[in-house]
Design a binder for this molecule. Structure first.
Ligand SMILES: Nc1ncnc2c1ncn2[C@@H]1O[C@H](COP(=O)(O)OP(=O)(O)OP(=O)(O)O)[C@@H](O)[C@H]1O
Ligand SMILES: [Mg+2]
Length: 282
């Protein structure tokens, strides 16, 4: 399984004055669900692109350090080869969908067509990906007739059909309503339980707290910390970085209500339980 190691990664866009990524080092283990957080311009999208080699192979500029996906160096290995190990999903599903295929089924096939798979291997992979993203019952629908959440799940299925071991998602729910967003997070959580490593940039902290095992916290191109959600939300003044912790976490901080492990609640049910107990004992 693919392991991801980032060492002293630095990157500056052509003509830019400041580094978009400033000396980042971290390591992601197989099967982890990583939430990437940070205010606007923190470097999240740039890091997503560096993990899959688009920085510096597509976006040129000044680059230093390295990203290793197993034994492949992301800045050097051809992008098509890298895509079999690590895939990326962008914010807007419209930008990822081909727009030329008439059915959901054909759209997923499209991502496989240039990879030289046999017909039976393609059929197996398409069926598998559609099921995993829970869109198999839409397989004859026109991709453009899907809801936002369904379309984003189709974009993910097209990437997953290539069977990468790591998937990077750059704010995949920013254009979706709450229902569509939850559908996508559920599907992505499901991929993680199947053994895939997930790295997801996201602004909504409630969702990150619900799903992520670790948080990559970026600010102005620097890695502020890479730690568990409990550590991050208990020990950092997130407002100072322009990030809103979940409302119920802030309420618990105000009341000084902590979990037995000494951290503030970061999930709604934890907060609900603890705040209920707090008022009972007053
Ligand atoms: N194509 C580009 N050319 C030049 N500079 C860029 C380019 N894309 C991003 N930047 C700059 O790189 C820095 C990091 O931007 P990036 O888009 O990675 O941040 P982000 O954390 O994804 O922000 P957001 O939350 O708004 O999506 C910013 O200062 C931004 O202005
Ligand atoms: Mg971004």
């Amino acid at each position: 399984m693919a392991k991801l190691v980032v060492e002293n990664l630095k990157y500056r866009y052509p003509l830019a004055k400041n580094l978009a990524l400033n000396n980042l080092s971290f390591e992601v283990k197989n099967g982890e669900f990583i939430g990437m957080i940070g205010p606007n311009h923190a470097g999240k999208s740039t890091l997503c692109q560096a993990l899959v080699g688009l920085v510096p192979q597509f976006f040129r500029g000044a680059y230093g350090g390295r990203v290793m996906v197993d034994d492949m160096e992301a800045s050097k290995v051809p992008l098509s080869k890298l895509a079999s190990k690590i895939g990326i999903v962008f914010q807007n599903p419209f930008s990822q969908i081909s727009g030329v295929k008439l059915t959901v089924y054909e759209e997923v096939a499209f991502s496989l067509e240039n990879n030289g798979f046999s017909r039976s291997e393609m059929i197996d992979r398409i069926d598998w990906a559609l099921k995993l993203l829970n869109i198999e019952h839409y397989q004859d629908r026109n991709p453009l007739s899907l809801s936002g959440g369904q379309m984003q799940r189709l974009a993910i299925a097209s990437i997953i059909a290539l069977k990468p071991e790591i998937i990077v998602l750059d704010e995949p729910t920013s254009q979706l309503d709450p229902q569509g967003s939850e559908e996508v997070f559920k599907a992505v959580g499901n991929l993680c339980t199947q053994g895939l490593t997930v790295i997801i940039a996201e602004h909504k902290m409630e969702r990150i707290c619900k799903y992520a095992q670790k948080i990559l916290f970026l600010h102005q191109g620097h890695l502020v910390t890479f730690d568990t959600p409990y550590q991050v939300f208990s020990h950092f003044n997130l407002e100072g970085y322009g990030i809103n912790a979940p409302v119920f976490t802030n309420a618990c901080k105000k009341l000084e209500v902590k979990l037995n492990n000494g951290f503030y609640p970061i999930k709604l049910d934890e907060a609900y339980r603890k705040i209920g107990a707090y008022y009972e004992h007053r």
